[in-house]
Design a protein around this ligand. Structure first.
Ligand code: FES
Length: 110
């Protein structure tokens, strides 16, 4: 689970989202700060991906853009309560929280 850490989302609460995620993540979920996904106006943003098993590169593209790979879920407009729900439902039980899933193409609908 990556929580973005650019200045805009940090001002918008991503530090609290990250702290909540770190405090509540189960042992099978690594929580780290991603970079900026270029979606600051929709943040704080959380990207959840299944572990591919490789060593994480601290400058990987995955930390700066949505890859749209199978198993990737983009959650937008996150707060500590929402990330808690993602951890409890999606990470623990595989239940994608569709009402929290972001879609940059639909940002004008909100
Ligand atoms: S800092 Fe969150 S997407 Fe840019």
């Amino acid at each position: 689970m990556a929580v973005c850490k650019g200045p805009d989302c940090t001002m918008g609460g991503s530090d609290a989202v990250f702290a909540a995620a770190k405090a509540q993540a189960p042992g099978n979920c690594e929580v780290y700060r991603g970079g900026c996904f270029g979606l600051c106006h929709l943040g704080p943003n959380v990207v959840l991906r299944e572990d591919a098993g490789g060593k994480r590169d601290p400058f990987s593209r995955e930390d700066f853009e949505l890859m749209k790979t199978p198993g990737e879920t983009y959650y937008w407009r996150m707060d500590p309560a929402k990330v808690k729900r993602v951890l409890e439902r999606h990470v623990a039980h595989g239940e994608r929280q569709t009402d929290l899933v972001g879609d940059p193409a639909k940002e004008d609908e909100f």
